[in-house]
Design a protein around this ligand. Sequence first.
Ligand code: NAD
Length: 355
Amino acid sequence: MKFNIALLKGDGIGPEIVESAVRVLEVVGKKFGHEFDFKAYDIGGVAIDKYGKPLPEETVSGCLASDSVLLGAVGGPKWDTLPGNIRPEKALLGIREAMGLFTNLRPAKLYSALKDDCPLRSDIVENGFDIMIVRELTGGIYFGERGMREGKYGEEAYDTECYSRMEIERIAKVAFESARKRRGKLISIDKANVLESSRLWRKVVHEIAEQYPDVECTDMLVDNAAMQLVRNPAQFDVIVTSNMFGDILSDEASQITGSIGMLPSASLGETKRGLYEPIHGSAPDIAGKGLANPIATILSAAMMLLYSFGLSEEHDCIVNAVDKVLEEGFRTADIAHGAPALSTTEITDKIIERI
Ligand code: NAD
């Protein structure tokens, strides 16, 4: 099969980690008889420097013409003082919107080889954990009505959490499908004891649950979920939640894996075309030094093979190669704890050897 992949390398360590993922994809392509055609477009700070804006039209049209998109990271101190509308991060919202991406999938897995990196007590994570967070990406309070006004106590600001039945239905379906392919357990997280929008969320999730009798579906209040994630993370399989709750909980979940350089993500819409990126930022402090851990980006590319191209064997091949490299004790500096570490290119070579 042949696939066109748009590469948005971005800033900081972006180019280095995307390069590693491209090398891995090329080797997987060769092994399984697929052709990946890569085209790079500018995004973030590098686009501001060239075109005066973080998301040039050419980048948007290139992504829309591709079969899928792989993103490194954007941002850095050079652009930190620019006004909000031309900041590098603005490009992330712009490209998600242009591609109609309403689902964010963020796996948070504790690798057995990296148990010591987990900040939780060892008895809590004895059996590891493997959580898939399904976050609604284009609705809720980040996109609701907002403004400033004069209130009872003078100047006040407000933001509105609003969810339509349609938005809840479509994200719930993605979550149930995901749970069906995993351990069959879905926890829907809301604040239905207080918020009207959460009560609709809960009602609609329960309606959709009737179409998935094979998936065990329960509700959890968001404050409890924040506690349960550190008390007993292994109880979670798939989580579905709103934009803001998902934003916060997915960062909490990533922290308890102890390794920000290891976590991939996928943003999906109605079509097969998705946007795949590591959850970390552009790490300007280590850019260009060969210190970046490329695994999050390599695993993001693996997610692309699975979710956009339906290539599950090829996906598993990458995941297993990463597992083997870690089991054999190879580390980049961020997970080496002072022990000898491999560079970005060297660990990529090790992963490629195991493919
Ligand atoms: P960051 O994720 O870039 O870095 C946090 C820390 O983790 C740093 O010490 C960094 O060196 C380390 N780190 C991150 N990824 C790593 C990797 N792959 N290997 C080894 N170490 C890694 O977060 P930050 O420092 O808060 O932000 C830096 C810039 O990135 C900012 O401009 C921010 O706005 C931007 N950012 C972009 C995205 C994105 O593009 N999706 C996400 C978050 C932050």
